[in-house]
Design a protein around this ligand. Structure first.
Ligand SMILES: N[C@@H](CCC(=O)N[C@@H](CS)C(=O)NCC(=O)O)C(=O)O
Length: 216
């Protein structure tokens, strides 16, 4: 039996970030698929483990962990990987993780939701003006990332940290939403570097639906 069980969806960037951390850390995990289409995330059964009715949820032994940034930080601490060395770098790492949750993740999720609706996978009735707003905010966040990466191999130190893995999770979904990284050369080179980390896989390769254990 695996130590870790991840509840989530291959369509969830936040789930992908946790899965990514587990994979590049060489940790096997069980994956339980939570279908948004079927509203599984709002069932009484799921709310027992996820008080806000959201994915991802990570079970580590007896403990339930929520919020992708907190989960990834927990994994970095408990596995002693991708933390960054020393308190100053770790604080810097935390700042980028919070920035991602605050600035990059929401518009990328918004753009991806528009895409799911266009592909007929979810009915959300997103107004075109709102879709444009998500896209413009995502572009601004990607431009911020690009300018901070000028002259740096990784975001917070010479070695990759969870800040890189975490932000990359959203950049990967931005690419699925047809954002071309050519406009942002530093971001483009950093993305290539991150994707070459051992164990790293693209969103739908990492969380393949056929691996999912579907909830009853
Ligand atoms: N800040 C949360 C965001 C989680 C989140 O937005 N999850 C989405 C999927 S990516 C979700 O569960 N959406 C369903 C809902 O909020 O009702 C995290 O990083 O874990």
């Amino acid at each position: 039996m695996n130590r870790f069980t991840l509840y989530g969806s291959p369509h969830s960037p936040a789930t992908f970030k946790v899965a990514l951390m587990l994979c590049v850390s060489g940790q096997p995990f069980s994956f339980r698929y939570v279908s948004f289409q079927k509203g599984m995330h709002k069932t009484a059964e799921f709310l027992v483990i996820s008080r806000w009715g959201q994915v991802p949820v990570l079970i580590d032994g007896e403990r339930i962990h929520l919020q992708s940034a907190a989960i990834v930080e927990h994994l970095a601490d408990t596995l002693g990987l991708f933390r960054g060395s020393g308190p100053a770098i770790r604080q810097h790492v935390r700042e980028w993780m919070y920035w991602d949750v605050d600035v990059l993740a929401p518009p990328v999720l918004g753009c991806y939701s528009v895409q799911l609706e266009r592909n007929g996978l979810l009915r959300l009735d997103i107004e075109p003006a709102i879709a444009d707003y998500h896209r413009r905010r995502a572009e601004a966040a990607l431009a911020t990332l690009d300018s901070h990466l000028a002259g740096s191999r990784y975001l917070c130190s010479a070695e990759p940290t969870i800040a890189d893995l975490f932000c990359y999770g959203d950049v990967a979904f931005a690419q699925i939403c047809n954002f071309s990284l050519h406009d942002w050369p530093n971001l483009s080179k950093w993305t290539e570097r991150v994707t070459q980390l051992p164990g790293l896989k693209a969103p739908f390769e990492l969380l393949a639906m056929h691996d999912a254990e579907v909830l009853p």
